[in-house]
Design a protein around this ligand. Structure first.
Ligand code: TRP
Length: 345
């Protein structure tokens, strides 16, 4: 099969609430890329069991990500949206990549070290080989571009290393089987979010907004309704000074910088433009403006998500249809990969 030249793949884990950081940093980018690329978006449920084996409501969480995707503007008909575990080829290719990737490569992964913490001996093997499954997700579709957060950059580098090693080790077979010229797998480009979309906690401007933060007041969830959104912004931590008239003077004021950044990102303008509009104003004036903007942008997504979540059968049928179309590509790749490895059958 000819190599795709502009295919996007990305994934989101169905663990916990999606929040404003996921929306501005990832999902909104996924939506925009539909204009120029053939996109495949995946709810990565096989990844969700690497840290905590037993997940409550995995089905519900999976549907919620799918609903958030659709409500935010992902078009599951024009593109592909599915959940990973429905396409068995992800697990199969991940096994083969367990044999391509080297121990040393995985031992360098900082996310494993962070997630495993002090008790690495007790982490699941799946948490350790997580990046191989991620490489399989991407390369199963021979995706050329992957929009991800900054924290996934190292995993993308590993994906590139796996593709390059596979292409190199099997160069002769790839030629013999006629499955590619300069290599079978593409060297995938990460598309990393810009600094403006790094959304920090509403309670502590030095920490990223996160679903694992105990205080729900620290984040705006995509499931929050208008009142909750407004309340969280009203109560967001700030400092007593008014907004300055230039960005430099925001340095050292992480909470203020974060709120300006959120305003800019939601309104799709630069932080500079926000500063010139609100220079000299107190948070007593800025916060209500931000709350109005956030409600204006997020409430419709929230309403659409609720509507979608009320009809589980409908979401499930969209995911089934996506899986069927993903499977077609995945099966073709695996047929070719099996023949390159030289398996019988
Ligand atoms: N590891 C990613 C994250 O936690 C999720 C993910 C899994 C992913 N497979 C992927 C992202 C493939 C991009 C491409 O955010």
């Amino acid at each position: 099969m000819a190599q795709p030249t502009n295919r996007v793949f990305s994934g989101v884990q169905p663990t916990g609430n999606l929040h404003l950081g996921n929306y501005l940093g990832a999902i909104r980018k996924f939506v925009a890329m539909q204009e120029s690329h053939e996109c495949i978006y995946c709810v990565v449920d096989l990844h969700a069991i690497t840290a905590d084996l037993v997940q409550d409501n995995l089905k519900q969480q999976t549907r919620e990500i799918a609903a958030a995707f659709i409500a935010s503007g992902i078009d599951p008909k024009a593109h592909i949206m599915f959940n990973q575990s429905q396409v068995r080829e992800h697990a199969e290719l991940a096994w083969l990549f367990n044999c391509v990737a080297r121990m040393g490569w995985l031992q360098r992964m900082t996310q494993f070290k962070e997630k495993a913490g002090k008790n690495a001996q007790n982490a699941s093997v799946g948490l350790f080989t997580y990046p191989n499954l991620m490489a399989a997700d991407i390369l199963l579709y021979r995706a050329t571009h992957v929009p991800v957060g900054d924290d996934q950059k190292q995993h993308l580098e590993l994906t590139r290393d796996i593709a390059a090693k596979f292409n190199h080790e099997f160069a002769k077979r790839i030629k013999e089987t006629g499955h590619g010229g300069d290599g079978y797998f593409p060297i995938t480009e990460p598309i990393i979010e810009g600094p403006a979309t790094r959304v920090m906690s509403l309670r502590d401007g030095s920490k990223k907004m996160s679903k694992s933060e105990p205080s729900d007041m620290s984040r705006i969830n995509l499931t929050d309704d208008a009142d909750e959104i407004a309340k969280k912004i009203r109560k967001a931590k700030t400092d007593p000074d008014p907004l300055p008239d230039n960005l430099d003077d925001l340095k050292g004021r992480p909470e203020a910088e974060n709120l300006v950044g959120i305003y800019a990102a939601l309104n799709e303008v630069t932080p500079d433009a926000v500063i010139s509009e609100f220079a000299g104003q107190q948070f007593g004036a800025f916060k209500p403006a931000l709350a109005d903007l956030a409600v204006e942008k997020l409430a419709p997504i929230n309403a659409e998500m609720r509507k979608l979540m009320d009809d589980k059968a409908h979401i499930d049928s969209i995911l089934d249809d996506g899986a069927a179309r993903a499977r077609e590509i995945a099966q073709q790749t695996m047929k070719e990969v099996r023949s390159i490895f030289g398996f019988l059958g």
